[in-house]
Design a binder for this molecule. Structure first.
Ligand SMILES: Nc1ncnc2c1ncn2[C@@H]1O[C@H](COP(=O)(O)OP(=O)(O)OP(=O)(O)O)[C@@H](O)[C@H]1O
Ligand SMILES: Nc1ncnc2c1ncn2[C@@H]1O[C@H](COP(=O)(O)OP(=O)(O)OP(=O)(O)O)[C@@H](O)[C@H]1O
Ligand SMILES: [Mg+2]
Ligand SMILES: [Mg+2]
Lengths: 227, 227
């Protein structure tokens, strides 16, 4: 389904060249449930941005269902992002002038749902992340962990083929984090491909494959045995 | 040093009244090392904002070194914040157009350091949080955990009397988190009062007193025995 071949990413700051990802070879199959781990600054979010078609690599090839992403047109890449990928960013990215409910309804506009159905699906998702009585709040009226849960609800509500979640439980206490992971695992059971970045070994233990990054390279990629 | 008496905080949204903190009684002594824990939405950041003079309570009294904060003038409260409190926000709050180094130098402008000394202190603090080769980066050129470490460096560089850190290791892998906590504990040893919010039991175990919030009330407040 997704194939990264010799992917590299380098940033330039003035005349300094900063290599951030190097020699990344990675195949992700439909239905995979992956945790990406690694130290702060090791390149995890950069890798997620490339997977999510938000950034172009500096070298190498990225095939999304056999289409080479680096070669397709911008608007085709945008369609892919909007219709097929759900993204939870490391710093949430909610629209500040929309309520929790409106934020969660937004992705469904592209997906062809009728308005009444968008509202109902968004309400149910907010109930599922424990925010039934916060639907009318603006992001500035929500706690850190509540904003994160709205972002998760927004990424999942469309049931996209691929969910990319960058530290989805980072701002949550352990019990709320488990409730969110129950939701993510249930979505995985329904056939969705899930790639998470996490620092939390407990979250990683719920996935089926762990990929470790160090200084921009993959140093481990292993299946988790059922337990 | 700090005394909260019957502190309450209520938000109004249209005609809905949302009680967020209630009946908070809390005394914090100079040199205390406190972890505040509790579920997402339980009121931790709101309590920190009141302690840091960023928000006024709806009821009750807050005495900072015997001065009642609710009764002093706005500019006096602002001085207190700038000179005596170091704050790490849950969503970091760096100035986007300043480099890491400039962000860390900023609090020292108020504190009367000469420019050369400000630069050197800021550089050393950034080395201490592991960002020696990222000093010239803008926040947008830093990973999530790197931004968090710049915010921590900025809060500590002035050696304020009181440090309030809202989830200071939330975006960090465990090893980087431990390095940051070594720094925080060293500052505590030098006499600074530290109040952290954390979801991480390992971080809480390094402090000396744990306060638990539930639905806006303190349900536990206990000393940690040395171990
Ligand atoms: N401006 C506001 N208007 C209305 N409600 C608010 C406002 N700010 C915060 N709240 C509500 O106050 C409650 C407590 O928020 P707070 O940010 O203190 O929680 P927290 O314990 O820090 O949670 P987290 O662990 O998720 O960061 C939440 O339920 C939130 O929805
Ligand atoms: N626009 C940029 N210009 C220069 N360097 C950048 C830029 N964006 C990211 N970097 C650098 O790339 C490296 C990897 O960043 P990335 O955000 O992928 O790390 P990460 O593994 O997600 O870290 P964290 O766990 O802290 O979130 C970092 O060292 C960062 O400083
Ligand atoms: Mg990251
Ligand atoms: Mg909070």
């Amino acid at each position: 389904m997704l194939k990264l071949e010799k992917i590299g990413k380098t940033y330039r700051m003035g005349d300094v060249v900063v290599p951030v990802l190097r020699g990344i070879d990675l195949t992700i199959l439909r239905g995979d449930y992956i945790a990406i781990m690694g130290a702060s600054g090791s390149g995890k979010s950069t890798l997620m941005n490339i997977l999510g078609c938000l950034e172009q690599p500096s070298e190498g090839h990225y095939y999304f269902d056999a289409r080479e992403i680096t070669k397709i047109a911008d608007d085709e890449r945008t369609d892919l992002r909007n219709y097929r990928i759900g993204f939870v960013f490391q710093q949430f990215n909610l629209l500040p002038r929309l309520t929790a409910l409106q934020n969660v309804m937004l992705p469904m506009v592209y997906a062809g749902y009728a308005r009444g159905e968008r509202r109902q699906r968004a309400q149910r998702m907010l109930v599922d992340v424990g925010l039934a009585d916060r639907m009318a709040n603006l992001p500035s009226q929500l706690s850190g962990g509540q904003q994160q849960r709205v972002a998760i609800a927004r990424a999942l509500v469309n049931q996209p083929d691929l969910v990319l979640a960058d530290e989805p439980t980072g701002a949550l206490d352990s019990r709320t984090g488990e409730e969110v992971m129950d939701l993510v695992s249930a979505l995985h059971q329904s056939g969705i491909t899930i790639v998470l970045v996490t620092h939390d070994a407990g979250v990683a233990a719920r996935t089926q494959r762990i990929i470790r990054l160090q200084d921009g390279r993959i140093i481990a990629d292993g299946e988790l045995l059922p337990h």
